[in-house]
Design a protein around this ligand. Structure first.
Ligand SMILES: Nc1ncnc2c1ncn2[C@@H]1O[C@H](COP(=O)(O)OP(=O)(O)OP(=O)(O)O)[C@@H](O)[C@H]1O
Ligand SMILES: [Mg+2]
Length: 311
């Protein structure tokens, strides 16, 4: 049985557990911002060595959810269980503005992530540099060691930021939109890298994106956010017209074309028979309750292709 210890530094956050248990359990999480419920009864768990996609359109609540897991965002109700405590989280935030003239090298940024101690004994500078080199090598970034971070390309900066986030041997790595603004090559390189990190280091990864296509080769599960609710499972289980229609609270089409799936979120009109009460789930078991009025857009987004993700 998993032991859970309250940390006390943030209501609703707990830590502890067996090493082989879930790295993160989010249970009935609700968050309100400026009086509006942005997340409502969101529940999911992720295990070691898994890459999980946090999928949702702009404003769906992805950053809010990641901030709640980090303890940066107060929650209205629910629980966040972290197997290794908050210090076991590595985080790459959504917006990292690095001025090209900033006199900071990749090695300096990565070193900032190292706590400078091992078993309470201060690391010698030689040991620190060796660790920085090891971290940069782990993201295929050895050549970036002395480069100014502000002058690096988006893909190169992403590698350095991931190396920084890995510095304290996290059990859980959170990345907020790490694929935004990357070209196809850098996107594929980053996804391959994250798959390798999760596999080889046993790190549980949760990354947000509005396009899940690039993740399919490495992703085990998705947490799909819409209208404050979450649908979770494999892509095959979640990216379906019936499940997404229930999630959004109105009809959603899922088209397969040229090996891809297009999700078309049309005009909102609340689906008959999907009027959940305060504690009642709407739709299949893996769809949690929501405020379906939050979205009224009629855009179409590509979120998956027809191939099944690796399980
Ligand atoms: N401090 C705040 N006060 C009020 N509303 C907020 C605050 N921060 C975010 N929101 C709103 O909460 C909703 C969710 O925002 P969030 O940033 O979590 O979305 P997101 O899924 O990360 O979007 P994006 O893909 O654009 O990054 C949005 O409607 C946003 O406007
Ligand atoms: Mg965001």
């Amino acid at each position: 049985m998993r032991t859970v210890k309250r940390t006390g530094d943030h209501p609703g956050t707990e830590e502890g557990g067996l090493p082989d248990g879930p790295a993160l359990v989010v249970d009935g999480l609700s968050v309100s911002l400026s009086g509006r419920q942005v997340l409502r009864q969101v529940s999911f768990s992720i295990g070691a060595g898994q890459v999980n996609g946090l999928i949702g359109m702009n404003g769906a609540g992805k950053t809010t959810l990641l901030r709640a897991v980090l303890g940066l965002q107060p929650i209205s109700s629910g629980r966040v269980h972290l197997a290794g405590g908050r210090r076991s989280i590595g985080y790459v935030p959504q917006k990292v503005l690095l001025d090209p003239d900033l006199p900071v090298r990749a090695r300096d940024l990565v070193e900032l992530g190292i706590d400078g101690r091992r078993l309470g004994i201060p690391l010698r500078s030689g040991a620190k540099l060796a660790r920085v080199e090891e971290l940069l090598a782990s993201v295929d970034g050895s050549a970036l060691l002395d480069a100014r971070v502000g002058a690096l390309s988006g893909g190169e900066q992403q590698k350095v930021l991931i190396a920084h986030a890995l510095a304290r041997h996290p059990r859980l790595l959170l990345l907020d939109e790490p694929l935004a603004n990357l070209d196809l090559h850098s996107t594929q390189e980053t996804v391959t890298l994250l798959g390798r990190i999760s596999r080889e280091q046993g790190v549980a990864i949760l990354l947000s994106t509005h396009d899940m296509n690039p993740l399919l080769p490495v992703m085990s599960h998705i947490i799909y956010l819409a209208a404050g609710r979450a649908a979770t499972g494999t892509a095959e289980e979640v990216v379906r017209s019936d499940v997404l229609s229930r999630l959004y609270g109105h009809h959603v089409d899922v088209f397969h074309a040229h090996g891809r799936v297009i999700v078309s979120v049309g005009e909102e009109h609340r689906e008959e028979g999907c009027e959940p009460g305060p504690e009642e789930a709407c739709g299949p078991d893996h769809v949690t309750e929501s405020d379906a009025s939050a979205f009224t857009d009629d855009s179409a987004i590509t979120i998956a292709n027809a191939q099944s993700p690796r399980l």
